[in-house]
Design a protein around this ligand. Structure first.
Ligand code: FAD
Length: 452
């Protein structure tokens, strides 16, 4: 008789949990996975994928306008929110089905229920207790809102994907990438958007020039960004909302969306009770091998609050399964991970910002290009592109690459290979340009704009 029901029990069928379950099962482990909502997790159901689909939809607005100077006559364009949401939901259903098939094909048993931990080898799921040699926590995160009066009138990104209609006027609260992306989406679809952020500038943690450049581009597109703005209360007035700021200003809108942070979904999971260390943020403390303070329990993805991105959760899940059930033990390198903001225009970054590199006490050469992309010479749109390289003066290693502009996420993915490999500026220069592209600027930046 085996000592346990399963070799591995995974809690959470999102990006990380699904990958870990499938890889472990591939090594012959008997695996079960519990999911309390929908298989696919945040990224597929209420994150990256639906967000990017909405972002595509929002871009058409400008495409129709830009087409005119290229000789096209476009009839009156109208937008139907219900069609977009229905088609987006269809695609999410399709992906949800694929994820379920992948689990079944890997012989992972799916339990569509909430699971909680009872002891280091036991979970309670769907009214019964099951045991496993190993438990993997991959429960992700959940939007967090401040407890101010009237907060119940607000929505988060979760609800934004299911609004009955497109608000005419919306306030987006927050300065992180989710807030910035939704501001661009709602604006592109035709809503009047105000983004409120209580700090100095949006996208804290990104390169300062990227932050200011993007804020200026967003403003040109009609998004009103108010920094140093903190909401005191929200009052409902008929179908409208009155949003009172701490400085006394009152803004009216049809909807207010909070994107002010996410909290690991670890409350009530039984973790602390069995000896797993939780941080104040609710994040699970883990070592480089994703092991918690309890040897049989590991945790991956957003619930550990390391780098909260889908490819990172997937990689952590893969490393865990290889290390515990396969013959290959490895740990994820969390340094120099490229990321994108699907704002309008989008952002792509990899490596250190100028301020972070200077903070390490390095002398730097900064290379920069700020130009009107070729497409907009004829379209007439006043949109610019920024590209920036942060180079270590002594070694000439490219420490960071930053871009705001058309295709930045696609371009930065390729640049990330070179930066991760530790390429020098001279090695960037040795790559012959692909012309005419915007990306070629990354290999043709000749003169540093600042040295220090
Ligand atoms: P999740 O994918 O969140 O999965 C956790 C799963 O666990 C969920 O399905 C949940 O229902 C389930 N669960 C929780 N508790 C229990 C329980 N007790 N029992 C059973 N099941 C449980 N990342 C990117 O890389 N690129 C992007 O463009 C991007 N855009 C985003 C946009 C938005 C609006 C949001 C919110 C996130 C975005 N992210 C993006 C982040 C990305 O979605 C997460 O980093 C990723 O999903 C984390 O994966 P995970 O496996 O840790 O958790």
């Amino acid at each position: 008789m085996p000592q346990y029901d399963y070799d591995l029990f995974v809690i959470g069928a999102g990006s990380g949990g699904v990958r870990a379950a499938r890889v472990a099962a591939g090594y012959g482990a008997k695996v079960a996975i519990a999911e309390e909502s929908r298989v696919g997790g945040t990224c597929v159901i209420r994150g990256c994928v639906p967000k990017k689909l909405l972002s595509y939809a929002a871009h058409f607005h400008e495409d129709f306008e830009d087409a005119r100077n290229y000789g096209w006559t476009v009839g009156e364009a109208t937008f139907d929110w219900a069609t977009l949401i229905a088609n987006k939901d269809k695609e999410i259903d399709r992906l949800n089905g694929i994820y379920k098939k992948l689990l079944a094909g890997s012989k992972v048993e799916l339990l569509e229920s909430r699971a909680v931990i009872v002891d280091p080898h036991t979970v309670e799921v769907g009214g019964k207790r099951v045991t496993a040699k190993n438990l993997l926590i991959a429960v992700g995160g959940w939007p967090e809102r401040p407890q101010i009066p009237g907060i119940e009138h607000s929505i988060t990104s979760n609800e934004a994907f299911h609004l009955q209609s497109l608000p005419k006027e919306i306030i987006v609260v927050g300065g992180g990438y989710i807030a910035v992306e939704f501001a661009g989406i709602f604006n592109g679809l035709g809503a009047k958007v105000t983004e409120l952020y209580r700090g100095e500038q949006i996208l804290r943690g990104f390169d300062d020039e990227v932050r200011h450049f993007l804020a200026a581009e967003m403003a040109k597109k009609g998004i009103a960004i108010r920094t140093h703005a903190d909401v005191a209360r929200i009052d409902k007035s008929g179908a409208r909302l009155n949003v009172t700021l701490k400085d006394g200003a009152v803004l009216a809108c049809d909807a207010i969306m909070y994107a002010t942070g996410r909290r690991p979904k670890t409350d009530g999971l039984g973790l602390a009770e069995v000896g797993v260390t939780l941080k104040e943020s609710g994040a699970i403390a883990v070592d480089a091998a994703s092991q918690t303070a309890v040897p049989s329990i590991h945790a991956i993805g957003d619930c550990t609050d390391r780098v909260n991105l889908t490819p990172v959760a997937i990689r952590e899940g893969h490393a865990y399964a290889d290390s515990v059930f396969g013959s290959r033990s490895w740990a994820v390198d969390h340094k120099t991970i490229a990321s994108a903001v699907f704002s309008h225009p989008p952002v792509g970054v990899v490596g250190l910002s100028e301020a972070a590199a200077r903070g390490e006490g390095r002398a730097l050469d900064i290379y920069k290009a700020d130009f009107k992309p070729l497409k907009h010479t004829i379209s007439g749109r006043d949109e610019r592109t920024l590209m920036k390289l942060v180079v270590d003066r002594q070694s000439q290693v490219v420490l960071g690459a930053h871009m705001v502009g058309i295709d930045a996420p696609e371009i930065i993915q390729a640049i990330a290979i070179a930066v991760k490999m530790g390429a020098t500026k001279q090695q960037f220069d040795a790559a012959v340009a692909v012309h005419p592209t915007a990306a070629e600027e990354f290999v043709t930046l000749r003169t540093p704009v600042a040295a220090g």
